[in-house]
Design a binder for this molecule. Structure first.
Ligand SMILES: Cc1ncc(C[n+]2csc(CCOP(=O)(O)OP(=O)(O)O)c2C)c(N)n1
Ligand SMILES: [Mg+2]
Length: 629
């Protein structure tokens, strides 16, 4: 291409113009790659990117965040709801603004979700050394705090010369749109360079389309995979987040219907099949259903589709007990495809499942009737347990957490989206939630980051403005990051929040008790005479707090109140919170207990009997751990 003319712009202006012209395309669908830019300004970006964003305000929408980490969460929520085909950029000042990105970046990278981070950086020309908020490293002049973003980014560059932006920006787009590589991408922008002018070739600003590829399977790997499935007596599919990222849900349903092989799902993969699909057996692993976990224990072939096999999914190496169990891993990333010494089938989930289905149908392969009857009856039994958890005989008392979930379950339809990340809700939801559509269940459980839910709900709502988007939030999570409520109010983004008050960390409290930690430091209560935090609940009013940030708040005291409040919130066209305190006493039954183990190492030596007992149990569990080779 001959370069006809140039345009003189600052680096920041050139970057914004470039980003506004990037598109992705998959299956003939084309969309903007960077739909908007979030920003909090300080001296490190106000005159550079801040000025550029007003210069190109008509080409690049802007959202004002309150916390850098939560801006990344919003971008991640948007990216996931956009099937990774579109995301947001996040600009920050230098120093604390930049390092506040680290948690969000790690979350994006762990979950394979694209997000573009644009932290300001210290002067490249070093006239002011140190500049305000600069951390000096005496042994290395080229290190800044932004280097903390390197290990959590899939691509990192520091643009110390204007012209370096050209190759670096292209590499950044490559990584954002690559289904194997994608995650957080960081372009650190020294504040002097942001404001520096350069004569940019016009072609840099031309529309550019990044094709998100769908590679098919290698014929040899496919033949081996088909052989493995045909030889299996008790095969089980484990659907992971890759099924959603690749939009492989329909092809997975065709595979399951053709072969009658049951499908269990990880947190990221839940909703791959609708809950009432005959082959859906629900969540698998530590927070799985009894049906799925029994199938996992006895499976002779586990067909992982788009899963990373976290320890929650594998029950820390104890779930797959069949001595002859083998793994077949359909994954676009060879790194994940080779896990558990499995047979790799390296391909896009949709392409690979399509090829596998075609080959198996050709051979007329179907699971045995007895196997189908077994899991169908088991699934029916589990459904009855879910019904029992959701049921509230006495509507005028405080609900349990499963009853809270049941009240929402009774209200929503397939257009509602529920978002959650941490606490005791993820486990209860994984076991109990009846997912009605492919993208209804939005659990961030790769990083399980408290504080994700509210900003992510904003990002999801920006991607799907017509849907009802619910942030399900524990009191601990709420206290960690409520600030983006202000953004929702400011921009009229009508997210719905269900705030569950149980006075502290119910999840970690329970875990602590089971591992000999005696719930130490896990309740939000006054100190008792013995010095532990087991006194009265704190006089904290989180409902009033949410209202003070501009949200409409509905307080629900009983199951009956809760049903009415949820219905009112669902119909509301402004950001609305339903606040409910749950019943947590030992006499009420909660969700079914964990169906499989999870490794949390217990003190090998201790004086307190609770820890000594917990260690005995721990050693019994550890002894059942397997290395799959
Ligand atoms: C940022 C962050 N810090 C710490 C943790 C560890 N952690 C997981 S759940 C949890 C408690 C969550 O409390 P809450 O939101 O009230 O939910 P509950 O357990 O009461 O259901 C903690 C501290 C985490 N997941 N994320
Ligand atoms: Mg709590």
């Amino acid at each position: 291409m001959t370069q006809s003319s140039t345009t003189r712009l600052t680096v920041a202006q050139a970057l914004v113009r470039f980003l506004a012209a990037q598109y992705t395309e998959r299956d003939g669908e084309r969309q903007r790659l960077i739909g908007a830019t979030w920003g909090i300004f300080g001296h490190g970006n106000v005159a550079g990117l801040g000025q550029a964003l007003i210069e190109y305000a008509d080409a690049m929408p802007y959202h004002q965040g309150r916390n850098e980490q939560s801006m990344v969460h919003a971008a991640v929520g948007y990216a996931r709801q956009s099937n990774r085909l579109s995301t947001h950029a996040v600009t920050t000042s230098i120093g604390p603004g930049a390092t506040n990105l680290v948690t969000g970046a790690a979350l994006a990278t762990v979950n394979h979700l694209p997000v573009l981070l644009l932290p300001g950086d210290v002067f490249a020309t070093r006239p002011a050394d140190p500049v305000l908020q600069q951390l000096e490293v005496p042994y290395a002049g080229d290190v800044s705090v932004n280097d903390t973003l390197r290990p959590v980014s899939r691509y990192f560059d520091r643009i110390t010369r204007p012209e370096a932006l050209i190759p670096s920006a292209l590499q950044a787009m490559r990584v954002l749109t690559d289904p194997v590589e994608t995650g957080a991408v960081t372009l650190a922008l020294p504040q002097d360079v942001q404001a520096e002018a350069y004569d940019w070739p016009e072609e840099f600003f031309a529309e550019r389309v990044w094709t998100v590829r769908r590679p098919g399977a290698d014929p040899t790997e496919l033949a081996e995979a088909v052989g493995a499935v045909r030889a299996a007596k008790r095969p089980l599919v484990l659907a992971g987040g890759g099924v959603h990222h690749s939009r492989a849900e329909e092809v997975l349903a065709e595979f399951a219907e053709a072969t009658r092989i049951p499908v269990a799902s990880t947190q990221a993969g839940k909703g791959s099949l609708r809950h009432d699909h005959p082959q859906d057996v629900g969540g698998v692993g530590h927070t799985g259903t009894a049906t799925a976990d029994e199938l996992a224990r006895t499976a002779d072939l586990v067909i992982g589709v788009g899963t990373r096999y976290t320890d929650f999914t594998t029950a820390s190496g104890t779930l797959f007990e069949n001595p002859d169990v083998r793994f077949l891993n359909l994954n676009i990333a060879p790194f994940d495809g080779h896990k558990l010494a499995g047979l790799p089938l390296i391909a896009d989930a949709r392409s690979g499942l399509g090829e596998l289905t075609e080959a198996l149908v050709m051979h007329g392969h179907r699971a045995a009737d007895s196997y189908v009857t077994e899991y169908t009856e088991d699934k029916e039994r589990w459904e009855q347990r879910v019904d029992a958890c959701f049921e509230a005989d006495e509507p005028d008392v405080r609900p349990t957490q499963p009853q809270v979930i049941g009240a929402l379950d009774a209200l929503v339809d397939e257009s509602d989206i529920i978002i959650n990340a941490a606490g005791s809700l993820p486990g209860d939801l994984h076991k109990l939630w009846r997912t009605r559509s492919r993208d209804q269940y939005h659990l961030e459980y790769g990083y399980s980051c408290m504080g994700y839910e509210i900003p992510a709900a904003i990002g999801v709502k920006l991607a799907a403005p017509e849907r009802n988007v619910w942030a399900l939030v524990g009191d601990g999570t709420y206290l960690m990051m409520p600030t983006e409520i202000v953004t929702a109010v400011q921009e009229g983004i009508a997210i719905k929040m269900l705030l569950v008050q149980n006075h502290g960390y119910a999840s970690i409290g329970g875990l602590s008790e089971s591992v000999g930690g005696e719930r130490f430091g896990t309740a939000y209560r006054f100190t008792s005479d013995d010095g532990t935090f087991t006194g009265a609940p704190l006089p904290v009013d989180l409902a009033a707090n949410a209202a003070s940030l501009g949200m409409r708040v509905l307080r629900a005291k009983t199951v009956r109140d809760l049903r009415a409040a949820l219905a009112e919130a669902r119909a509301a066209d402004t950001a609305t919170c339903v606040y409910v305190e749950t019943e947590t006493s030992d006499t009420v039954s909660g969700a079914p207990p964990a169906q499989a183990w999870w490794d949390v190492p217990v003190a090998e030596t201790a004086t307190r009997s609770s820890a000594v007992k917990a260690r005995e149990l721990y050693e019994r569990h550890v002894s059942t751990r397997r290395r799959h080779l």
